[in-house]
Design a protein around this ligand. Structure first.
Ligand code: DGJ
Length: 733
């Protein structure tokens, strides 16, 4: 660890050698040049302090071995009076000041009206894989700490910034971004991102990047179903398995924004952090603001490689418990079976059936509390309904536990129905502008979690539930977006802080709950996938992917989800047909779709025939055998449901000992030949025992080599519409 400005040059040389040897793989530093080179699994990243003290980005891409290879910084000349040299500079964290016309990372207004901000290097500190760089304005102490973490075993970096008001006057921050990232200069890049809607999340978009700016964002208070804070960019030539892909995700569950900008000088830059829309964060003297973390990486194995890099990183470094987190249990959820019509006898009946199938976690969804008989009443009143559960929840939980299953409970802590005791008592607790109407969505209003008393109320009722009952798991739902986001109790200049403080307090409640109840797990849900991001994923164990549980639709949603997020985090249920879109797919198709993530059952088991039950038990037993490969293995997307009449995904365990192939046909056209599926990720020289679950594999050899499977491939005979199969490959020793 050292601060470069605080030590004499001779000592610096020693410290440089020391720091470099300590961190040889991750952070190299050249004091003479003030140049840093980060290296991790597949990529390098470099920046330096320029002649004026500005922190300049130099490089982000495939691994580079030597810091010495970077040419000395050359002074830049203005191109014209309209296009100053700053338009060619790639500042790591540009303040809006001087002639800056691209998206700034930080924009402020001082109390006296001065808005100019030009940030210069002051000092830095290296500690193992972390680098902190201090910047300050050229005139007054508006200070920024840039935080970098290099993950040597991954192709990913983490960046965020701390903005401090070291001046004697109040500042208002109008834009606080986590990072600006730069691609190697050039044109022809393509952007991939995820968009959608309620019950139609995570649809993949791929489009050329042209001059100008593309904005991905949420203004809804939560991450939102409409766009996800994730991007992937390639040079126009990447495929699913080849080519360089830059990718990243923001760790923020509120209003976020990522801009992808191509300058007139062919520089693509990505800037992301708090959404600037309706943003104003005042800092009194001495106060500071941390931006969300922005994780980003580069890999050379195409979009599939980028996904696998993210999956491994999320499993190891993001989710609670990291690499030690347990495999996700097979879950049953009551929602689609009973909706609000829950009671002890009916839930026990479902639990009995679920246990027979091999379910490990039984979750009672909405309807168990207050006067919650429909979505018009009860939210906010978190007492157990005496009509539905006259003896409380204990008898049901004991029953579920007695069947060998854990018990989980649905909650929607951030919301209130106007028809509730809580709202009648505290009508001021919701987001509101006092003299304006309060827009209800699903008959509910949003509690203002930014208020300390609301935060305490929410923490306390959840803590009480978790203390009073043997609850292993909360399904934490959030069923509407913000509107009228007023916080009238604080001074006007602080009211817009609600966007930030709400999310921070949400995180704080979850963190405190988890710290107090060490065994407690949380499922993140916002009407399905309305809150999926790397911030909430640091607090929840799994995500409810989408309220669209229809299996064929799910193939696309899951394909989109797994671009950015690991299959282990993707809760997927088998539900009844005809489903919400009127489609009926066979039970095997529904099972195999759901078995590609964390398997759950969301059907009304009272309607299932004995044959269905027997089949389901068999599929759940199979899932348990292949679960480590699905949840902790590597995913190869072989065929896309978007572009082929066939979807195929292959999962390979980290040690390549097991692989599972899932194949789905949408609608077969007569006599279409079975396509060749070239498998991936196997050990070429090893032999694999081949087990197809239903004999639809054309190859009948009991074993095949990895090389053959990957180079010659296999064929499945899917003949009917919504036909499906799965093949398990076990490596022979
Ligand atoms: C929305 C969720 O996504 C559903 O799974 C279910 O929990 C309902 N809310 C309950 O109101």
């Amino acid at each position: 660890m050292h601060r470069s400005t605080a030590v004499p040059p001779s000592l610096l040389t020693c410290l440089l050698v020391f720091a470099t040897s300590l961190t040889a793989q991750s952070i190299q530093y050249d004091e003479g040049r003030k140049l840093w080179l980060f290296s991790n699994e597949q990529s390098s990243y470099a920046m330096e302090v320029g002649p004026q003290g500005e922190l300049e980005h130099l490089y982000w891409g495939p691994s580079l071995p030597r810091i010495q290879d970077f040419p000395p910084a050359a002074p830049r000349r203005d191109i014209s009076s309209f296009d100053p040299h700053q338009m060619l500079d790639n500042q790591e964290y540009p303040g809006w000041g001087g002639p800056l016309y691209e998206e700034p990372a930080l924009k402020i207004t001082r109390q006296d009206g001065d808005r100019d901000l030009v940030l210069r290097y002051v000092s830095h500190r290296i500690q193992q894989d972390d680098l902190e760089i201090e910047l300050t304005d050229i005139r007054d102490p508006v200070e920024v700490t840039l935080h970098y973490r290099v993950y040597p075993r991954y192709s990913i970096l983490r960046r965020y910034a701390t903005i401090r008001n070291g001046t004697a006057q109040q500042l208002t921050i109008e834009s606080a971004q986590s990072a600006a990232w730069y691609l190697p200069p050039g044109e022809g890049y393509r952007l991939t991102y995820l968009s959608g809607r309620w019950a139609g999340e995570d649809q993949i978009n791929r489009e050329p990047i042209h001059t100008g700016m593309k904005v991905l964002e949420s203004r809804k208070g939560h991450t939102s179903h409409n766009l996800n804070p994730w991007f992937a960019i390639d040079a126009g030539d990447a495929t699913e398995e080849t080519g360089g892909v830059w990718f990243g995700g923001l760790a923020w569950s509120g209003n976020w924004r990522i801009t992808i900008e191509q300058t007139p000088y062919q520089q693509v830059r990505i800037t992301g952090g708090f959404n600037t829309f309706d943003f104003a964060y005042s800092l009194r003297p001495g106060e500071a603001l941390d931006t969300p973390a922005f994780f980003a990486g580069f890999n050379t194995n195409g979009f599939g490689g980028a996904s696998r890099a993210m999956h491994r990183f999320e499993r190891d470094q993001i989710v609670p418990g990291g690499a030690k987190s347990r495999l996700r249990p097979v879950l049953y959820n009551s929602w689609e079976a009973t909706e609000f019509n829950v009671n002890q006898a009916a839930q026990e009946g479902l639990a009995d059936k679920a246990a027979k199938l091999g379910v490990e976690l039984f979750v009672m969804d909405d309807g168990w509390f207050g006067k919650r008989n429909n979505d018009r009443a009860g939210l906010g009143d978190w007492y157990v309904s005496p009509q539905k559960f006259p003896n409380g929840l204990k008898p049901l939980i004991d029953h579920v536990n007695g069947l060998g299953m854990d018990f989980g409970l649905w909650v929607e802590p951030e919301m209130v129905n106007p028809d509730s005791d809580l709202y009648r008592k505290h009508p001021d607790w919701v987001l509101n502008f006092p003299s304006r109407p309060r827009s209800e969505l699903r008959n509910q209003l949003v509690l203002n979690l930014a208020r300390p008393e609301v935060k305490e109320y929410v923490f306390n009722f959840l803590d009480k539930l978790a203390s009073d009952y043997h609850i292993k798991y909360f399904k934490w739902d959030m069923n509407r977006s913000f509107s009228e986001p007023g916080w009238p109790e604080v001074a006007a200049p602080d009211q817009k802080k609600v966007w930030v403080e709400y999310v921070r307090n949400l995180y704080d409640i979850m963190d405190r709950l988890r710290a107090k109840h060490r065994e407690l797990e949380i499922e993140g849900c916002s009407g399905g996938g309305g809150r999926i991001d790397l911030g909430i994923l640091q607090r929840v164990d799994i995500i409810w992917t989408s309220d669209d549980t229809e299996a064929f639709d799910r193939l696309r949603i899951q394909e989109g989800f797994t671009q950015a997020y690991a299959p282990k985090l993707m809760s997927a249920w088998v539900t009844d047909v005809p489903n919400m879109n009127g489609r009926s797919t066979p039970l095997q198709f529904r099972f195999l779709v759901a078995m590609q993530g964390a398997l759950g059952i969301g059907a009304n088991l009272n309607r299932w025939s004995q044959e269905d039950m027997t089949f389901a038990a068999k599929m759940i037993a199979l899932y348990k055998q292949i679960r480590p490969t699905i949840q902790d293995g590597n995913l190869y997307r072989l065929r896309s449901p978007r572009t082929d009449g066939l979807a195929a995904n292959q999962y390979v365990s980290a040690d390549a000992k097991q692989s599972v192939l899932f194949v789905f046909r949408h609608s077969q056209q007569f006599n279409t030949p079975a396509p060749t599926l070239l498998l991936r990720g196997l050990e070429p020289g090893a032999r694999y025992r081949i087990t197809c679950i239903d004999g639809k594999l054309r190859e009948k050899q009991p074993e095949l080599t990895g090389a053959y499977l990957m180079s010659s491939g296999i064929h499945v005979n899917l003949r009917n519409d919504y036909d499906s199969t799965a093949v398990v490959l076990d490596r022979l020793e």
